[in-house]
Write a protein that binds this ligand. Structure first.
Ligand code: SF4
Length: 409
């Protein structure tokens, strides 16, 4: 079972607790997402929270924008499988109500609650209850005086906004803080977080705000979040996608697993890009495999390869894989052929072997079969393919000869 290791040296930060989930310090980087239901709809919101937790969210945020939402939180928090953070905009009284409802964290936007006495009232209550607050600076809603001073939402303006809010918290002796400086522009948010990480050791919550719908939203969010994580910056992350929030939670978890920052829980499906040698429609088989493994919690790397000539070798580090050859699939475990299966059973067999390996391990899987016989079968198909296609399966040499004839005539 392969667990990729990370080469990232994380920037040291203080640690806080959001309920029973630690954020910062040496705690694993966590995934957050936000419900899109009305918080007053208790059953609907809980259903979404459970779906988010199953998809990989460690912490979930719910809006608390009205009394009914705070009342909903009083019923949601005790039944939630993960800690709940209340998102507060404009009304500081909603922050007090959310704490009364039992939430494990708050998110305040300094651009929206501006009266120092209101900020301090919330911070004092949070201090007395031991509830952490995220200072959520957003490039789109900075205090007007900062726009005036800097001319636009610059990284410096965003960092100053966070520091300004921190000063109020300091005044009342409150330091259970995490901070975000989000922007929809990737270069702006990356630079803002870099500068922020130079001036504070509070844990940082990373995100590209209003990233938009996938795939562009996924690309933008990944570009910003991954860049910072690879520099060791960031303690908790959120993808802000215009999509079902379950997609946000999945993306967050997948990113951390891909960077080796969280232990793998899900299948890492790799597939060859296909070429003239491919014996199957690699895209179709890979999609079918992705679908078949979607809800299975198997921490394995699984390969889908288009041909038996190079497939098992190119994916020899995968725990398990399938390579197509002569209308059948060659299953291989750690690069060794173990079985030949009909083409239409490739994905089902892949699932069966993955479940076996997950339960019994790679060695047991290799002992399950006659490796010599399986290797012989694979070699037959490999030789036939090479005979049929030669060593230049893409006919590149022939094409180059034709190109030269055309351009030189
Ligand atoms: S040589 Fe085989 S495994 Fe490699 S890209 Fe082509 S089809 Fe895929």
């Amino acid at each position: 079972m392969q667990v990729s290791s990370s080469l990232v040296d994380r920037r040291p930060t203080r640690q806080i607790s959001v309920g029973d989930v630690k954020v910062g310090g040496d705690a694993p980087i966590t995934v957050q997402s936000m419900t899109i239901t009305k918080t007053a709809d208790v059953e609907g919101t809980l259903q979404q929270i459970y779906a988010l937790a199953a998809a990989g969210a460690d912490i979930v945020r719910c809006t608390c924008n009205e009394t009914e939402a705070a009342e909903g939180l009083a019923q949601i928090v005790p039944r939630s499988p993960v800690p709940i953070i209340a998102d507060i905009h404009h009304q500081y009284k909603m922050a007090l109500a959310a704490m009364e409802a039992g939430v494990q964290g708050l998110r305040l936007n300094p651009g929206n609650i501006r009266k120092p006495e209101h900020i301090k009232a919330v911070a004092s209550e949070a201090r007395d209850r031991g509830i952490p607050i995220r200072i959520g600076v957003n490039a789109g809603s900075l205090d007007p005086s900062l726009y005036e001073k800097y001319g636009s939402a610059t990284p410096e303006a965003m960092v100053e906004s966070a520091q300004h809010e921190m000063a109020y918290f300091d005044e009342v002796g409150f330091d259970l803080i995490k901070i975000s400086v989000k922007a929809s522009s990737v270069p702006l948010m990356v630079e803002a977080y870099r500068q922020l990480s130079e001036v504070t050791d509070h844990p940082l919550h990373l995100g590209v705000t209003e990233a938009g719908p996938p795939p562009a939203g996924l690309v933008k969010a990944t570009a910003g979040i991954a860049t910072l994580l690879m520099e060791g910056i960031g303690d908790t992350i959120r993808y802000s996608l215009t999509a079902d929030p379950v997609e946000e939670a999945k993306a967050g978890r997948q990113l951390l697993e891909a960077l080796g920052l969280r232990e793998r829980k899900n299948v890492d499906l790799i597939a060859c890009p296909s070429c003239g040698r491919a014996e199957v429609d690699v895209i179709e088989v890979a999609n079918k495999a992705m679908e078949a493994f979607a809800d299975k919690k198997l921490p394995l790397q699984i390969a889908v390869m288009g041909c038996v000539v190079n497939g098992p070798g190119e994916a020899r580090d995968a725990d398990l894989g399938i390579a197509a050859g002569n209308k059948r699939g060659h299953l291989f475990v750690k690069g060794q052929n173990v079985a030949v299966v009909p083409e239409d059973e490739m994905v089902d067999q892949l699932v069966e072997w993955a479940e076996f390996i997950n339960e019994h391990g790679v060695d047991a899987a290799l002992e399950r079969v006659d490796l010599v016989k399986a290797a012989r079968e694979a070699e037959k198909d490999r030789a036939k393919l090479l005979d049929d296609q030669g060593s230049d399966a893409n006919q590149a040499t022939e094409k180059i000869v034709e190109i030269r004839k055309t351009t030189r005539s």
